[in-house]
Each structure stands twice: as C-alpha cells, then as structure tokens.
Design a protein around this ligand. Sequence first.
Ligand code: ZN
Length: 324
Amino acid sequence: MRLLLLALLLVGCAAPAATPTPLPRPPTAPAPVVSPPPTKRLSVVATFSILGDLVRSVGGDGVELTLLVGPGQDAHTFQPSPADGAKLARADLVFENGLGFEGWLEELYRASGSRARRVVVTEGIAAQKGGPAHAEGEAEAGHSNGELDPHVWQDVRLASHMVGRIGEALAQADPASAALYRANAERYQQELRTLDAWVVDQVQSLPEARRTLVTNHDSLGYFASRYGFTILGTAIPGVSTEASEPAAADLVKLIGRIKSAQVPAIFVENVANPKLMERIAREAGVAVAPPLYTDALGPPGSPVDSYPKMVRHNVSTIVGALRA
Ligand code: ZN
C-alpha cells in the first residue's frame, strides 16, 4: 500500500495532473534557434596585420582577434612589450608566419607562460631564399645570402595556402563551427584565385623589359617569382629591415644597375624610412613610386586595410610606375 502510494506520488511528480496551457509566444519573440548555439569565441592572436586580416576573413565572428604587430608597423624590428606577452597568455591559438619573420616570438611566448597552440601558416610551402639571387644572370653566382625569405604572402597563391592552414586550425580548435570555418576558407580562396588572375592580367600590360623591381629590403621575392619580375636589387641587403646602412660600394653598384637597366622608378615601402630610396633615386635619375605595402597593411579605414586591397594597391602602383 505504501509502495503504491509512493508510486502514485512519483507519477504525480513526473506528470502533473493539471498541465498549464503554454502561454502564446508574443509576436516579438525571436524565432527558435535552429542553428547550433554559438560556442565560446576563440581567443586568437595573429603576429602581424596582413596575417590578421586573413584570420579575420576565415574566422569571422567566431574569433576574437588580437594583433601583436599592428598596421604600418615593421615586424622585423618589432620590440614586444609585457602587454604583448599578456595577449599570448590569454590566447587559445597563435597564428604566426614563420620562416624567421617573427624572430622575437619564441622568447616572448616562453616568457608569457602561454599554452596557446601555435600555428605556422607557411608550413608546407617551399620557401625561397632571399638575396639578389632573383636578379638576371646572378641566380647561379652564389649571391644569395642564404636566409629564408618570409614574405610568402606576396604570391597570392601562397596566401591562399595560408588561408587553408588557418581554416583547418580554427576547425580543429572549435569543432562545433568547423564547417563554417572551412566554408569561409574555401570562399575566400575562391576570391584569391580571382585576385591572382587579376594580378597576372595587370602585369601582362607591362612590357617584359619593364618588369624590374628595386625596393628598400628584399620583400618582393615571391611576388617576382610568381608574376615574372626581376629583382634588380635592394637598398638594404637581405630579407629583413634590421640591417644597418648599406655599404657605400654596394649603393654605387645598385645605382649603376638602375641606370643601365633604364628602370623608370624604384619603390619605397610603408614599413621603411623612404630617405635612402629617395637618395638612390636622385643619384640614379629615376622616380620614386608611391609606397608599396609590403610587410603591413595600412590603418583601418584606409584604402589598404585588407589583404586584397593591399595586393590591388601594390600591383596598380607597380604597373603604373613602371609603364611610365
Ligand atoms: Zn620584410
């Protein structure tokens, strides 16, 4: 008897006799959520602005993105502060270029105590060596300084590789949104295929003899390889801006090469002091083109605040200055 009573009580608890009629949904109530509920936003660090823009394009609202080296800043000579260590300590994921671009990162990461997963986005790319090895006739002469060239993003197809790496890493870190990240990456890669074709098309309008570049540091090696340019020389030797004043004899040689190649213009970069290039241009009797955005984007809201805009700006500037 007591057992029966208990059973009745339990049933009573599970299914109340008088089920209240559910209130009608007010007309302003949001539609029931059918998509998976948003998961925790990933805290993501990108080491520099160009990479950050690729991460933002793939991660969208799913990631909370923090940059270490901001727009207009030079990653080669960057000096991290304790605040940068704190950014790493808070992160779930750190996206880095690799190939020696962020020489300061290893120590900063260690000191920060961060447990973030590090993703080297250039992994899987056959890296080129820097130095004036791109210059015609010098490829076999052993002029390459042997350093790996980190400026992979200047070849749009290689930027697309980076985007694929970003998509996979985000998908692994946040499996609930994996399909979204992969779809974003694929859509963006399609946009980059169109952009790459546009660059090839623009360069076609330039006579082959004019496809010659002189820049501040060796930042356009991958661009030159992909789009058929020759790097005639750089003001600062090497793939980093860290080098001090170039030797006077090297500058004289460079000026001689510029004169004999009859290039109409040489290029300054947004991350480098333009004074040296201006001096070289004066002595060689050539023009200085508007700055190229080589290692960093322009500030937000500027015409060069995204990777595709940066590529379009650079290519238009190069083609315009060399066709003149
Ligand atoms: Zn650089």
